[in-house]
Design a protein around this ligand. Sequence first.
Ligand SMILES: C[S@@+](CC[C@H](N)C(=O)[O-])C[C@H]1O[C@@H](n2cnc3c(N)ncnc32)[C@H](O)[C@@H]1O
Length: 274
Amino acid sequence: MPLDEFRKTNLDNWNERTEIHAKSQLYDIAGYVANPEKISSVVQFDVPDLGDVSGKTLLHLQCHIGTDTLSLARLGATATGVDFSPDAIATARKLSSDSGTPGRFEVAELYDTPDVIDEKFDIVYTGVGALTWLPDIAGWGKVVATMLKPGGTFFIRDFHPMLWTIDDEREDDGALVVKYPYFETPAKRFDSEFTYSDGDKLTNSVNYEWNHGIGEIVMALLDNGLKLELLREHKEAESQNLPWMVETEDKRWELPDGEDRLPMMYSIRATKSD
Ligand SMILES: C[S@@+](CC[C@H](N)C(=O)[O-])C[C@H]1O[C@@H](n2cnc3c(N)ncnc32)[C@H](O)[C@@H]1O
C-alpha cells in the first residue's frame, strides 16, 4: 500500500479520536479553561529532565489537541504546535483562545514540517504516542535536526519499543510474549474499536503503525548531528497499554507483579551542536 493510503487511513482515525478526546475526562479540556495554572501530568513528569523552558521558543511535533503544548506555554515557553490532523489543530487553537494561553498551532504532516514552519527553535519536544505513527525514523531525525537552532535541545518521552512488541490479547494475563516486530519494519495494521481515552466507539477504527528500536531512534538523532545527553527507561507508562496493567498512586500504569520485567517508556534529551 502506498504511504499516502496509510496516512489517509490514520488521518481519518485521528480526526475521529480528536472529537472523542476533546470530550474525554482523560484530556480534561474544561480543566485547562477553568484553571489557567493547570499543567498536564505529562509535562509535569518531563520538566525535571527537559529543563527550564521559560523564555525559550519551543516546537511541539505531533501536538494533538495542545494540552501539553499549552502547558509548556504556561511554564513560559513561546510555543508552536504542529499536527497532521486539522481537527486536532482546530481544537488546540480553540483551547488556546478559550483559556487565554498563547500558542501557535499549524497543520503539518510530520515530514512536511520544515516546509510549513519557517523558523528554528530553542527546543523541539514530542512524545507519548508519537513515533509509532511514523514510517521512517531516519527521516524523522532529519526533521528534528532541521527545526532546531544550533545549540538547541530536543526532548522526547515515548512508549518503549519493547512494550509495543508484546501480545496484548492473551488470555493468560501476565505472560509477556513478543508478538510484534521490535525493529522498523513495514506497517502493521490494527483495528481497535476504542481509542485510549474514555468515550465512544470509533467508526474509523483501522490504523497503521510502525515500531522503531531504541538504537534506531538514537541513531536517527546522532546521524543528523545531535549529541545524546540523557537516555532514561521508565518502569511506568502513561496509559494502560496491556489490559492487565494496574494503576499506580500517581495515576500511571505498571505490571501487576511489581517485578519491572519490561521498560514501559523512555526519555531522550539531545542537543544540536553550535
Ligand atoms: C498520541 S498523540 C501524541 C500527542 C500527545 N502526546 C497527546 O497525548 O496529546 C499522536 C498525534 O500524532 C499525530 N500524527 C499521527 N501521524 C502523524 C503524521 N504522519 N504527521 C503528523 N502528525 C501525526 C496525530 O494526529 C496525533 O495528534
